[in-house]
Design a protein around this ligand. Structure first.
Ligand code: ATP
Ligand code: MG
Length: 384
């Protein structure tokens, strides 16, 4: 928000002070006209009286002009003295509002405005300190998550390899019960691997180390591949997954295929996971000359009105999914939104609880990597 000044304090002060300076002169002139002029004419000869009144009038006009100039000058000085610190403080507050706390006001005045300036500097310093502390904690937290997740990767891969070996009979024949137990172990292992990947991706996003490699892709072939991959999950859950009619000509998009595949995969997988057996998930792809739009709709459990505003927040999971899908990190949408934003695109959804959800992803066809918008950081130093 950038409110405009409509009734300038400067002009109000200026006009008031000017009026205060000129007003007494006007009263004096009136007094003169009303009282002394008739007396002068009564005691002096007409010619002398006229000459004297003329001289006095000229003197009055000169004094009036003099007072006008002095009053204007004084009014400008006083007004500037009062309103200038307000302008400086307004600019400083604007910087703080934009997230730049490196603000310092040089205070040389010892009056109320000087005290306000001193308190203002203290406040800016405290906010900057709190921000630095928070950034440090956040960095440590991301580093800790990164290290812990990295450490978990190797044992989880070994576990996966062992389970696969047992299922393939590499360690001898297994019974039906043993196979069932190993299947359960595999599911748990896959969910842990997913968690570790998500944690690593989220930590990289926060550290600004989530790299992108843009190249030209045909979004039709790309989407078909993702839908094919998710078909196994859909079939296992008895859900009809369809890809709507797409154009015969390729639709070329500049994107990072690995990252975009995570994003679209997440949304498609969510649609399948949060839809009960027998439901449908449809993926539609539309394109115009400027952008590509992906609509992923499901007939699932939907997202409640209360949950909707927080869906893209890290670790947030809807209140209605806990009993339906116990597995889930709540990181998928956070990562997805970051990927789409980095492609210069937008992601939104509309949902009705109990009826279904539609996610909309729009990506510009000529998209290039968009860095997150950082607040201006150059320090602001000004005197009151
Ligand atoms: P994971 O990080 O493993 O994907 P998750 O699916 O719980 O776990 P997100 O993908 O970030 O995490 O989704 C967050 C929440 O959004 C979900 O827990 C669910 O409550 C809600 N949600 C997302 N997509 C849908 C959908 N299509 N229908 C209903 N709820 C959804
Ligand atoms: Mg998910």
């Amino acid at each position: 928000m950038n409110p405009k000044i409509r009734h300038s304090l400067f002009f109000r002060f200026f006009l008031t002070l000017l009026a205060l300076g000129i007003f007494p002169m006007g009263i004096a002139s009136l007094f003169f006209v009303a009282t002394y002029q008739s007396r002068i004419r009564a005691v002096l000869a007409p010619r002398d009286a006229t000459a004297l009144i003329e001289t006095i009038s000229i003197q009055f006009i000169l004094i009036f002009l003099f007072v006008f100039i002095i009053a204007s000058f004084a009014a400008i000085m006083v007004t500037r003295y009062i309103t200038r610190p307000l302008s400086v403080l307004t600019e400083a507050v604007k910087r703080i509002g934009a997230g730049n706390f490196k603000v310092h006001i040089t205070v040389s005045r010892k009056d109320e405005v000087g005290v306000l300036g001193t308190f203002f500097n203290e406040m800016a310093e405290r906010i900057q300190e709190a921000k630095d502390r928070q950034e440090e904690i956040s960095k440590l937290k991301s580093e800790f998550i990164s290290i812990a997740a990295h450490q978990l990767r190797t044992p989880l891969s070994i576990q996966k390899w062992v389970y696969q070996g047992i299922k393939d009979g590499d360690f001898g024949k297994i019974t039906k019960n043993q196979r069932e137990a190993v299947e359960k172990g595999t599911i748990a292992n896959e969910s842990m691997i997913r968690l570790v990947h998500n944690l690593l991706d989220a930590a990289r996003i926060e550290e600004g180390k989530f790299g992108y490699k843009f190249e030209e892709i045909d979004i039709i072939i790309f989407t078909k591949k993702i839908v094919d991959e998710k078909m196994i999950l859909a079939k296992a859950k008895n859900i009809t997954l369809t890809l709507g009619k797409v154009s015969d000509d390729p639709i070329i998009l500049n994107a990072d295929p690995d990252r975009l595949s995570i994003a679209i995969g997440n949304i498609t997988e969510n649609a399948i996971r949060y839809t009960a057996a027998g439901g449908t998930v449809s993926v539609r792809l539309e394109a115009d000359s400027v952008s590509v739009v992906l609509k992923i709709s499901d007939t699932g459990i939907g997202i409640s009105k209360e949950d909707q505003p927080r869906m893209f927040t890290r670790f947030y999971r809807g209140s209605n999914v806990m009993h339906m899908e116990t597995e889930g990190t709540g990181l998928g949408l956070f990562i997805t939104k970051n990927i789409i934003t980095a492609h210069g695109g937008e992601i939104s959804f509309h949902s009705e609880e109990g009826k279904g959800t539609t996610f909309l992803i729009r990506i510009p066809r000529a998209s290039t990597l968009k860095s997150p918008v950082n607040p201006p950081t150059e320090p602001f130093v000004a005197a009151l």
